[in-house]
Each structure stands twice: as C-alpha cells, then as structure tokens.
Design a protein. Structure first.
Length: 212
C-alpha cells in the first residue's frame, strides 16, 4: 500500500503511521524526522530549513521534494510506503504525480483546532532518536526518558501554543486544499477524531479495509 497521511499538525499522523507501518510491513517516510535530523546535524539542508521549522512555516518545496524522492528510491520502499508530512501543498502533490510517485490512498485524520492546541501542549520528543510521546495518551515508561534509546525527552519549540496556532493557519491555507485534490482523484478517505489512539487505529483499519 502506498499511503499519504493528511491532517493538521498534532492530529496524530505520526503515531498512526508507526502503527500502520508495523501492521503493513512498510516504512514511514516522515519529512519531519528527516528535517529534524538534518537540523540537529547542521547539514546544508538543515541550516536552510531551521528558520522555517522553528517559526512554524513551510519548508520550501525544493528541499522537501528532494529528500523525499531520494528516500523513496531506496529498496525498502519497493513494496509500499507511508508518507507523513509530504505533500503539504498542491504544487508538491502535482510534482509527485508528475514524477510518477504512486499513491493508493490519501487518509485524512480530522481533528478540530482547539483539540489540537490542547493535545500538542503535552507532546514530548526524544532528543536522541526523534520518537514522539504524550504525557496523557502515550507516556514513556519512565517520565522524561525515551523508551527506545534512553535519551531525554523535550518539548519542541514548534509545539508551543503560539507556534501551533501559526502552524494551523498555514495548514488551513496551504495544506487543506489537498483534501479536494485527492477527493477529485477518488483517493481521499477521512477518519474523524476518536477518543483514543486505539479507537483511531480501529477506525483507520476499517476505512482502509485492512485485515484486523
């Protein structure tokens, strides 16, 4: 399955992408993780992207498209993939389409803005491996410590309420039009906000027609 996850920042795309990856045996291509790694390492792409990410703005298309298409060319993507965080704009989607990047389904996780803002204030991210947690819905086994690598967890600057509001404005203006883009192609499926991660997964499984 070649899947794109859509939805506002904080809708739970990263969490559900990880669950679907394990269930389907295909990799998650997360532009957010790729960019954060580049920023931490101080690479050319990272330096270019830093000012955009930290202010909740979209990273330029040429940067995003380049790193995604390089990743999709790797052998583990031959049997399918999950794109999380790309495309974010109509031009990005058109570029992928033009380059023959296949998409079987665009899945939107639909969550309202106020729920997003409240949810993201509890998010924590691992400084070491980039894993995501939430103090209420998905806490680590030990407070402040990553289950995977034992590194410290932190609150990302782009999860602060002011930055989240900026990111939501950008989402509604730049990314939300993708819903119509994929609906017109018969590829859009939508999952409404659910009360838990497990309930959201169950609804996604139902909507996608995946074997339970």
């Amino acid at each position: 399955m070649r899947l794109i996850l859509l939805g506002a920042p904080g809708a739970g795309k990263g969490t559900q992408a990880g669950i679907l990856s394990s269930r389907l045996g295909i990799p998650v291509i997360s532009t957010g993780n790729i960019l954060r790694a580049a920023i931490k390492q101080g690479t050319h792409v990272g330096l270019k992207a830093r000012e955009y990410v930290e202010n909740g703005k979209l990273v330029p298309d040429d940067v995003i498209i380049g790193i995604v298409e390089e990743r999709l060319a790797e052998s583990d993507c031959a049997g399918g993939y999950i794109l999380d965080g790309m495309p974010r704009t109509i031009p990005q989607a058109e570029h992928l389409e033009k380059d023959g990047v296949g998409v079987d389904c665009a899945l939107c996780i639909d969550v309202d803005d106020e729920t997003i803002i409240a949810r993201m204030s509890g998010r924590r991210t691992c400084l070491g491996c980039g894993a995501s947690y939430h103090v209420v819905s998905a806490p680590p086994r030990t407070e402040g410590i990553c289950d995977n690598c034992g590194s410290e967890l932190t609150i990302r600057k782009d999860d602060s309420p002011e930055t989240v509001r900026n990111r939501l404005e950008v989402y509604h203006r730049e990314t939300e039009p993708l819903l119509n883009f994929y609906a017109e192609r018969g590829k859009l499926k939508t999952v409404k906000n659910q009360p838990s991660i497990e309930a959201t997964t169950a609804e996604i499984v139902r909507v996608l027609g995946i074997e339970p």
